[in-house]
Design a protein around this ligand. Structure first.
Ligand SMILES: [Zn+2]
Length: 235
């Protein structure tokens, strides 16, 4: 039966394990450094205020709260840093590190950083492709034994689904660059002392692994569909 295909688990397992490991790592690193108070007693909101001014982005970037844990993000449409309660109001090493990372995205946006622009541009296509791709693929797959040209449908489905993989791949340089910018900002601003910088770096690199895991999972998922299409078209 297709839905219980053991091949899927064999292919998807490494991605799943990597994802679970990355989730565990980001949670444990975050939990550790969210309890380490920074020497200046600086909250995320206060750090954002100083770093935005130092980056020359005052008036160009807004800061708002958002519910949840590790839900911090930069919204390019609203040009706003959304900080979670623990980051916004906490005076921890993690709070300042994450705030600087989100501001890194705002700087990318303000400076027209290529990979970010590219990622923003493909979002509508990726969304359409990911919902339509499965339908087209499964239609091709179900017709594979009866109709000519059904493998073409499967490959079209894969092409539509590949947008998601492209999105997860282009996310990597966007995220790595935001963390690099964050570390530079934090070093230059002196908001964190050297030992705290190390802690902030640990949090950001743990977060980066979740994007690596997501990209690996997406690519493995796509590989599975390619193998199915191959198998079906040989029948
Ligand atoms: Zn980010």
């Amino acid at each position: 039966m297709f839905f219980f295909d053991p091949l899927y688990f064999v292919i998807a397992l490494p991605g799943l394990l990597l994802t679970l490991w990355a989730q565990w790592r980001v949670n444990s690193t975050y939990n550790k450094f969210t309890q380490v108070r920074n020497a200046r007693g600086m909250t995320g909101v206060e750090a954002a205020d100083i770093l935005i001014r130092q980056a020359g982005l005052q008036g160009a970037v807004d800061v708002q709260g958002t519910p949840g844990k590790l839900s911090d993000h930069y919204d390019p449409g609203k040009r706003t840093l959304f900080l979670s309660p623990e980051v916004a109001r906490g005076a921890s090493v993690a709070a300042v590190g994450i705030t600087a990372h989100e501001l890194g995205h705002a700087m990318q946006h303000a400076q027209n950083f290529g990979p970010l622009n590219f990622r923003m541009a493909i979002v509508p296509i990726v969304n359409l492709g990911s919902s339509l791709g499965y339908i087209v693929f499964f239609l091709g797959f179900c017709l594979a034994t009866q109709a000519q040209g059904s493998s073409l449908l499967m490959w079209l489905g894969i092409l539509l689904l590949s947008g998601t993989a492209l999105f997860s791949l282009v996310t990597l340089p966007v995220e790595f660059d935001a963390s690099n910018r964050a570390m530079k900002m934090l070093e230059q601003s002196g908001l964190l002392v050297p030992q705290e910088l190390q802690g902030a770096r640990s949090v950001l690199s743990a977060a980066a692994w979740t994007y690596v895991a997501a990209a690996a999972s997406t690519l493995l998922n796509l590989l599975y569909y390619v193998m199915l299409a191959n198998r079906a078209s040989r029948r």
